[in-house]
Design a protein. Structure first.
Lengths: 270, 159
């Protein structure tokens, strides 16, 4: 049964400053494109009652370059990522990932900040950000701090974000190596991933996987082996030992392990 | 809550977290927008907000304050794409049809079949009548092209 709307409360700040002031004074659940939160509402599993609507905050919709750093505001939608020439030039694997998030309807509302904050192990943008060594800018009314995406998640759906903080932006350093993204789901579009992978090539390759652990992971041991000159089959063996996928309704652990290895092989050939 | 609905100013007294879908169907009596899965998979509840397709079951009505909303009723049964959905048998049980048509309106000019399939990927037809749906959309864009139409289709029939 759906959550009773009358039990819910929404504040709509006109600025980021006002939003952070509200969060300093009372805990509220941030709401942006609502594409995850309203699914919970529709299924009656929405636990929070008090919400903070970030959607009006245009100051969080910026896509810009500051020198070698690509800056993506937290409210940038997947559609905005797909349409941005700057993102296409700097981080094409994020454009590929954005185009595979749900259908157009979801891409039009779902935001990068929301994908990060929702903390699903299957979040399509997360391996891209992990492989890109992206840094999250977290702000409260009193302070701002920067946390690497790989240090943001502490466990299944758990993050270091404090109740008075908002993700305001994602900073992505310039990437020299080739970029690769592949999502494996049940169909080409509109699927939640069984395994999702992003890689950056070069002398020190960077490999990130989603849907095969409670949080998005970098395959560090495999990266080190490849950087040290390991062959692809040896790297796949190390990867298979490094990851610990689970059986769930979308896939089996054995399938995920096999596919993760195959994705690494494809990446090495691409 | 004020917004423009099918070209006409609307003002509804609704809880700000009410789903846009419920405001359309229950407060405004426009039942052409259908409820399907409730999780953004099926697209039956698709409407256009400022020309972009969205799932109205996943939007708090507060977020469309000041926006332009187009529902299937805004096409008044007169849009060429509605006629083609009938003549090409793109509509079977009809539940997905309003969403399919509204999403198709967001297509650019002269789309390839692949672009149509990708754009409509978020709209499921449980009768599985996809070839007829794609045919109707292809014919519509071809007719628009021949007529030298301005392409977008976004405003089509809504004025």
């Amino acid at each position: 049964m759906r959550t009773a709307i009358s039990s819910l409360d929404l504040r709509r700040p006109a600025s980021l400053e006002e939003a952070l002031g509200i969060l300093r004074d009372e805990p509220r659940t941030p709401l942006a494109g609502a594409t995850d939160l309203y699914v919970a509402l529709n299924f009656g599993t929405l636990e929070p009652k008090r919400f903070l609507d970030l959607w009006p905050l245009d100051e969080l919709r910026e896509i810009s370059a500051r020198g070698d750093t690509l800056v993506l505001g937290a409210l940038v939608t997947f559609t905005a990522l797909i349409r941005s020439p700057l993102v296409a030039a700097r981080l094409p694997m994020l454009v590929e990932a954005a185009a595979l998030v749900g259908g157009r309807q979801i891409q039009n509302r779902g935001t990068l900040g929301g994908n990060i904050a929702n903390a699903s192990p299957a979040g399509d943008s997360l391996p891209v950000l992990a492989a890109a060594d992206a840094v999250l800018v977290l702000r409260s009314a009193d302070a701002e701090r920067r946390v690497p995406i790989t240090g943001f998640y502490t466990g299944y759906r758990k993050t270091v974000l404090r109740p008075d903080e908002l993700i305001v932006a994602v900073e992505v350093p310039r990437i020299a190596g080739r970029q690769y993204f592949r999502k494996v789901g049940t169909r080409a579009a509109q699927a939640i991933s069984k395994v999702v992978f992003a890689g950056v090539g070069g002398a020190a390759p960077r490999l990130a996987f989603g849907s095969i652990a409670p949080v998005v992971i970098r395959a560090r041991a495999t990266e080190r082996a490849l950087a040290a000159g390991a062959g692809i089959e040896e790297a796949v063996r190390i990867l298979e030992g490094e990851i610990a996928p689970i059986d769930d309704l979308r896939s089996s652990a054995a399938y995920r392990r096999r596919v993760a290895g195959n994705l690494l092989r494809r990446f090495s050939r691409a | 809550m004020k917004f423009t609905l099918n070209g006409v100013a609307a003002d509804v007294a609704a809880h700000p977290m009410s789903r846009l879908l419920d405001v359309l169907r229950e407060d405004l009596g426009l039942t052409g927008t259908k409820e399907g899965c409730g999780e953004g998979e099926c697209g039956a509840c698709t409407v256009l907000v400022d020309g972009e397709p969205v799932c109205s079951c996943l939007i708090p009505v507060a977020q469309v304050s000041g926006a332009e909303i187009l529902t299937i009723e805004g096409l008044r049964g007169e849009h060429p794409l509605q006629r083609l959905f009938m003549s090409e048998v793109g509509a079977q049980c009809g539940i997905c049809t309003p969403g399919m048509i509204l999403t198709a309106l967001s297509l650019g000019p002269a789309p390839s079949l692949d672009e149509i399939r990708t754009t409509l990927a978020g709209n499921l037809c449980r009768c599985t009548g996809y070839p007829a749906i794609y045919r109707a959309v292809m014919k519509w864009r071809e007719e628009e092209g021949r007529a030298g139409g301005h392409g977008g289709g976004r405003q089509g029939g809504a004025a």
